[in-house]
Design a protein around this ligand. Structure first.
Ligand code: MN
Length: 321
């Protein structure tokens, strides 16, 4: 998925200053953003009060949308730099094409993991014949300086490992939970896990005290550390926890996102993560004119053009609130 915001303003993210060292319960409300003609998403990261959770730098939740008589998701070819994209579905499917020649249909609870490294481009669309409902999340993981220029690659994992407890099934998307690890390639200490809770479940999830965490609510009615979370909201949990109490009144779907606080400052603009305004401007120019980001073949429509880069230099780094 792409950041289609036409008023894209560069934002400085990362760095210790944003991290809350102790356990907190900070409920983040989403911003509603339209993606093209047909899809509206709820954007949880970056958020007014919070830019990152570990290396997780971007979180969109969308659906469930009834697309029986609609084209569904239609995100034209666009570039990425300095990040990984994670596609995670609860219902429906997304057809992924990229400039490496990948052509994959990502289905519910399969991992589509695209590492942009220095440069890649891709498109995402609902296949012409698609399921009635589309429900999922699109996330970005920032790459650390040591790895942000790696060769681009795409991974599709259809059989991810799970951890079970009474009333809880956790599917490992990235990183490790309770000794079980996802096969997805990671570049920083991080975790992403899908949490399926059965009605009436009460569970305690083991956490790493050095990680910061958040939980995205996708469906149902659940409480995270005693806080009711509605679908489309995200609870930031800070650091310093060894476990996380969960309960569910109905069947509920959550995503646990966590990682070591991302200490490097970085600049996010449009679909790029860099370290300077010059680097971002170069990436924008390269998408418009060059072949650095490659070509996506087979998408029915023109690629996205980048919005204007504001002439004003980057805003000084803001406070968390
Ligand atoms: Mn994208």
């Amino acid at each position: 998925m792409s950041n289609l915001d036409r008023q894209a303003v560069p934002a400085v993210c990362g760095g210790r200053g944003f991290v809350v060292a102790e356990p907190v319960r900070e409920l983040l409300t989403p911003r509603h953003v339209r993606l093209g003609e047909s899809t509206e998403v709820r954007r949880l990261l970056p958020n007014l009060g919070r830019r990152m959770v570990g290396a997780w730098a971007f979180v969109d939740h969308y659906g469930p949308d009834d697309i029986a008589d609609e084209p569904g998701m239609q995100v034209p070819p666009h570039p990425h730099m300095g990040l990984q994209t994670v596609s995670w579905l609860h219902e429906g499917e997304v057809l992924h094409r990229d400039s490496l020649g990948s052509l994959r249909t990502i289905r519910a609870r399969e991992l589509g993991l695209m590492t942009s490294g220095r440069a890649i481009s891709h498109s995402e669309e609902s296949p012409r014949a698609h399921a009635r409902f589309l429900h999922g999340a699109q996330l970005w993981v920032a790459l650390p300086d040591a790895h942000r220029r790696v060769e681009p690659h795409f991974q599709h994992h259809t059989d991810l490992p799970t951890v079970s407890a009474p009333g809880l099934t956790a599917t490992l998307i990235l990183g490790e939970l309770d000794g079980t690890a996802s096969p997805g390639t990671t570049y920083t200490p991080i975790v992403g896990a899908d949490l399926a809770l059965a009605a009436g479940a009460e569970a305690r999830l083991p956490l790493e005290p050095d990680f910061e965490y958040a939980v995205l609510a996708m469906s149902g009615s659940a409480e995270v550390d005693g806080v009711p979370v509605l679908p489309g909201s995200m609870l930031y949990l800070g650091c310093g926890r060894t476990e996380l109490p969960l309960r569910a009144d109905s069947d509920a779907g959550l995503m646990l996102l966590g990682g070591e606080p991302f200490e490097e400052e970085l600049i996010m603009w449009w679909n790029f993560i860099g370290r300077s305004q010059e680097e971002i401007a170069q990436a924008r120019a390269d998408w418009a004119t060059g072949d650095r980001f490659g070509t996506v073949h087979g998408y029915d429509g023109p690629p996205l053009s980048a919005p204007e880069l504001p002439a004003t230099p980057l805003k000084a780094r803001g406070r968390v609130r």
